[in-house]
Design a protein around this ligand. Structure first.
Ligand code: S3P
Ligand code: PEP
Length: 425
């Protein structure tokens, strides 16, 4: 694929079936569980998301042993593992390698080296792990010497920066000699992702207690079972956005259920405000567009940060001046998503104004250009959240279109299936 893609959509009607790939979040957890269970748990419906494929390659092509307390690693060569832009994989592997019989340098893309990991490293060090920073304190790359004598089972962790640190610790908890009591300090961001982790551990036979702000997991064996990865609800959000910007839309997304483990399934509720109905039947969800005035003015994204760009772009395109909260974590994701949104929405005269913890969309100077070119800042969600604008802008160019591979490699071919013209340039 050439770097950029031009999108055009002449009619504002969509009517198709889209089979989405497996959830990146579920798949990454399932792969770590599979590796920690040493063959007892098998993952099915592995996601095509590049981040998940990479993690599967790393975890499935090695025969690591989990060291028990005090066991020595011995003389093992240090392996360098580069996880590119995969934040979840970076965080999960940090905890995983802390207890494995290997010495690794865990590194990633230039952006990964700017995404903080100190909170997780501090927590693992409190447990006894041997982790040092190779470049800048608090950031990847990390030098991890696996296996340690556990010093304590109780650790405190700040909850408002990234839930991925908490998930990383919970995933390894049952394999720690003393288990883990994790005390979450302050607010917990992205809570549904922690719940997803605990549900998936439960599927794999690992029990937990969650009382007040303490999650406890005792040392215990994994069960022999298989974990099926559901289709990706975050990917589904772009189809909801397409429906919201269409005049007529009838879409079927097979495999999605209303009782998903993914917090991003809340997109159905959010998009109901934009006239999109979700009907769960035939083993999937039918989306339908029904004209409806938009009433809701405040959207809190703290539980579903990956939906923020989708919803903000839809509001901008519709000229709906909503207010957004819970966007605090967006600045440390694949890019600074706030700055990226501000720059790109500015190209159609829309402002996203920061007022402390609250962001207000100002559409008073909004216009629809004949052509708009969107920068993607190495962020898959910038590409996918802006692509639906092709329904309102005659020619939409998306730069570095291959970024979508991170979570949804079939995105452009799926758009073609839905009647979007795509041109590589
Ligand atoms: O655990 C996960 O799978 C994820 C948690 C969220 O991150 P934060 O907890 O850092 O908000 C989310 O943004 C990310 O895409 C996936
Ligand atoms: C933030 C994301 O991913 P990660 O943190 O795994 O890089 C995302 O997919 O939007």
């Amino acid at each position: 694929m050439k770097p950029n893609i031009i999108l055009r959509k002449n009619s504002k009607k969509v009517n198709t079936t889209i089979q989405l790939t497996g959830s990146k979040s579920e798949c990454n957890r399932a792969l770590v569980i599979e590796a920690l269970s040493q063959g007892k748990v098998k993952v099915t419906n592995v996601s095509d998301a590049a981040d998940a494929v990479l993690l599967a390659n790393i975890l499935r092509n090695q025969d690591l042993k989990i060291l028990s307390s005090g066991e020595d690693l011995g003389e093992a060569p240090t392996t360098e593992i580069n996880i590119g832009p995969a934040g979840t994989a970076m965080r999960f592997l940090t905890a995983y390698y802390a207890i494995a019989n290997e010495e690794v340098i865990l590194t990633g893309s230039e952006r990964m080296k700017q995404r903080p990991i100190g909170i997780l490293v501090d927590a693992l060090r409190t447990l006894g792990a041997d982790i040092t920073y190779v470049e800048q304190d608090g950031y990847p790359p990390l030098h991890i010497k696996g296996g340690f004598e556990q010093k304590t089972d109780l650790i405190s962790i700040q909850g408002n920066i990234s839930s991925q640190y908490i998930t990383a610790l919970l995933l390894i908890a049952a394999r720690l000699t003393q288990g883990l009591r994790l005390q979450i300090e302050g607010d917990l961001t992205s809570r549904p992702y922690v719940e997803m982790t605990l549900s998936m551990l439960q599927q794999a036979g690992i029990q937990h207690q969650w009382e007040d702000n303490v999650i406890s997991i005792a040392p215990q064996p994994f069960a022999e079972t298989s974990i099926w990865v559901e289709p990706d609800w975050s990917a589904a959000s772009y189809w909801y956005a397409i429906a919201a910007l269409s005049d007529e839309a009838e879409l079927f997304l097979p495999g999605l259920t209303s009782y998903s483990l993914q917090g991003d399934s809340v997109i159905g509720e959010i998009m109901a405000n934009f006239g999109i109905t979700s009907q769960f039947k035939d083993g999937g969800v039918y989306l339908k567009k029904e004209p409806k005035p938009i009433v809701r003015k405040i959207f809190d994204m703290i539980q579903c940060p990956d939906l923020a760009q989708t919803v903000i772009v839809v509001c901008a395109a519709l000229g709906h001046e909503a207010t957004f909260t819970g966007l605090e974590t967006l600045k440390i994701k694949e890019t600074d998503r706030i700055a990226a949104l501000q720059n790109e929405l500015g190209k159609m005269g829309v402002k996203l104004i920061e007022k402390g913890q609250v962001y207000k969309l100002d559409c008073s100077e909004k216009f629809i250009p004949q052509k708009m070119t969107i920068k993607t800042y190495e962020d898959h969600r910038m590409a996918m959240a802006f692509a639906p604008l092709a329904l309102v802008i005659p020619e939409l160019e998306i730069e570095e279109a291959a970024v979508v591979d991170k979570s949804y490699p079939a995105f452009w071919t799926d758009l073609e299936k839905a009647g979007f013209e795509t041109l590589d340039v």
